[in-house]
Ligand binder design. Structure first.
Ligand SMILES: NC(=O)c1ccc[n+]([C@@H]2O[C@H](COP(=O)([O-])OP(=O)(O)OC[C@H]3O[C@@H](n4cnc5c(N)ncnc54)[C@H](OP(=O)(O)O)[C@@H]3O)[C@@H](O)[C@H]2O)c1
Length: 270
């Protein structure tokens, strides 16, 4: 095909602009665990990284011209608005922020259930809504939603947490279809169990505040802990597994919609 000079310059300029935006990733929940690892990984690949956290800590990541650390609470519309204003154009959004919870349905207050959905589910939807206009306009973008391998196999004591993540799977699968028309790719990364992040500690302190597990469920609780003790180290998920899966989701247009991360997640998905 032969273009006029003007058209060629326009197409080239658009490509350059798109490449610039496509190499900027905004990640939620970067204060620890997977989010911090994903931010380091993308920085190491030479991307511009907007690492967001509820309470910004400037010293968690190595200083870099490519790094912007911004405050962001995904449950606050004002905070989302301010962070996206300060971030500039975002090519890839990684919805990673999340809170964990382990307890029986009867041991889960409605306040905790609402908190889980507010962060894990509605936070993801709100962030997606907030970046979509710019991606749709540019006809380019990727959204990666971090859910969990617990959505692949039901486990006791995880009903409310799993529900909050399974809702994100369903949301993502439907959104992926309507966004194809605008060249916006949407992917789900499903990590397995990673006890080395702060996830378990946060869930445990919330559990203690709420009075622990109901007495009637003590044998179910013992069964869950016993099954975890049997899980070998090599069958767990490392933060690096999640960073690699997110990288694949962000950069490989032929990647599948659901990408398990970690040996245990891959085993469940196969
Ligand atoms: N670890 C696992 O076993 C596991 C397995 C499967 C999936 N996941 C998922 O992986 C993601 C990351 O978890 P992780 O293991 O890395 O746990 P983590 O170390 O506890 O990290 C969770 C991050 O989410 C942030 N966060 C919580 N509420 C937020 C909010 N309202 N707004 C913005 N950020 C918020 C936390 O920030 P603060 O420091 O401010 O609390 C923290 O940075 C979560 O979505 C989790 O559900 C974890």
């Amino acid at each position: 095909m032969i273009y006029s000079i003007d058209t060629a310059v326009y197409i080239y300029g658009r490509q350059l602009r798109q490449e610039k935006h496509m190499k900027t990733v905004l990640i939620t929940g970067c204060s620890s665990g997977f989010g911090l690892e994903i931010a380091s990984f993308f920085l190491a690949q030479g991307w511009k990284v907007v690492a967001t956290m509820r309470t910004p800590h400037q010293d968690l990541l190595p200083p870099s011209q490519n790094l912007k650390i911004l405050a962001l609470d995904v449950t606050s519309p004002e905070s989302i608005h301010a962070a996206l204003d300060a971030a500039g154009p975002v090519g890839v959004l990684v919805n990673n922020a999340g809170i964990g919870w382990l307890n029986a349905v009867e041991g889960t207050s409605m306040e905790t259930a609402r908190d889980l959905f507010e962060t894990n589910t509605l936070g993801t939807i709100a962030m997606t809504q907030a970046v979509l206009p710019q991606m749709r306009e540019r006809q380019e973008g990727v959204i990666v939603n971090v859910t969990s391998s617990v959505t692949l196999k039901p486990l006791p004591l995880l009903s409310v947490y799993t529900a909050s993540k399974a809702a994100v799977n369903a949301f993502t699968e439907s959104a992926a279809l309507e966004l194809e028309a605008f060249n916006v790719r949407v992917r789900i990364v499903l990590p397995g169990r990673a006890p080395q992040t702060r996830f378990g500690d946060t869930a445990r302190s919330r559990l203690q505040k709420q009075g622990g597990f109901p007495e009637a469920y003590s044998s179910v609780v013992a069964g869950v802990f016993a099954s975890w003790e049997k899980q070998s180290e090599s069958a767990l998920t490392q933060p690096g597994d999640v960073a690699e899966a997110v990288w694949r989701a962000a950069t490989d247009p032929s990647s599948p919609l659901r990408i398990p991360a970690g040996a245990d997640a891959e085993a469940l998905a196969s």
